[in-house]
Design a binder for this molecule. Structure first.
Ligand code: DGL
Length: 275
């Protein structure tokens, strides 16, 4: 692993796989090292300092494995930790490396999806409370109204695997969608602003009226990374290109590997690591 210079992809658990899948689809030539901090998930209910500390540990670990570039594929960590890491920590750790998040690229384009000007944001309690989406969307689309709804049951649903059981998952999914819908009848675009939520996509889609545009972030982040690497050829040249994928987790590697394989549609093995 040490002679490779992969793109690091980090999430609190399984959710970042929904971003990684799109990165691999769009930029298959690069090597990727995925880290899911499943032992300490969920992040969405943890305070600012804890999420910051955990995210910094993960970024440092990915740097130690040789990653010149890390994608924080977690909205909660992007909301609570990214700015401090980029501005305060990175210059002291290694100013030539980069850490990018998922909120900025998403807010740059989400306003293009709505005709009514009303966008619903579904995220963790931490992401919703941070106000990051409302603040960032206002910069790019000041005319857009943002309606936010936290879905605290959804990440545990995914991490536990219970989302595969409709009897357990459907009431929890329906409840959040109804809470969001109650905020405004004008919402015509809903963003899944937590990287775990696309695993629930078929169930969410089936419960929504067909005129609602249900947006996931993976391909948005992949487009944004492709554009970033075109603008920064010196970074693109540093990245190794064997098309290799490695998966690591702080949790149980068998549990992670099973869930990841199910989502990926191929057998994946995960290695356990300690941050
Ligand atoms: N997947 C993460 C996100 O995008 C957070 C999940 C969690 O609560 O750990 O916000």
């Amino acid at each position: 692993m040490h002679n490779r210079q992969p793109i690091g992809v980090f999430d609190s658990g399984l959710g970042g796989l929904t971003v990684l899948k799109e990165l691999v689809r769009e930029l298959p030539q690069y090597d990727y090292l995925y880290l899911g901090d499943s032992a300490r998930a969920p992040y969405g209910t943890k305070d600012f300092d804890t999420v910051y500390r955990y995210t910094l540990e993960a970024v440092r670990w990915l740097f130690d494995q040789g990653c010149p570039l890390v994608i924080v594929a977690c909205n909660t960590a992007s909301a609570k930790a990214l700015r401090n890491i980029q501005q305060r920590d990175l210059p002291g750790i290694d100013p030539t490396r980069r850490v990018l998040g998922v909120i900025r690229p998403t807010t740059e384009v989400i306003g293009d999806h709505t005709d009514s000007g009303h966008v619903g944001i579904l995220g963790t309690q931490g992401t919703v409370d941070s106000g990051s989406y409302a603040i960032e969307i206002a910069k790019f689309f000041p005319e857009v109204h943002v309606h936010q709804q936290a879905c605290p049951a959804w990440v545990p649903l995914v991490e536990s695997g219970d989302y595969l059981d409709p009897i357990k998952s459907e009431p929890l999914i329906r409840q959040c969608l109804e809470q969001l819908a109650a905020q405004s009848p004008l919402i015509d675009t809903i963003l899944l602003a937590c990287t775990h939520y696309p695993l629930l996509y078929p169930q969410i889609r089936a419960m929504l009226p067909t005129h609602i545009d249900l947006v996931t972030q993976g391909s948005i982040v992949a487009d944004s990374l492709a554009a970033y690497l075109t603008r920064h050829p010196q970074m693109a040249e540093r990245l190794s290109r064997s098309g290799e994928l490695s998966f690591t987790t702080t949790g149980d590697p068998a549990v992670f590997g099973r869930a990841a394989s199910q989502f990926w549609g191929a057998s994946l093995k995960a290695q356990q690591v300690y941050l």
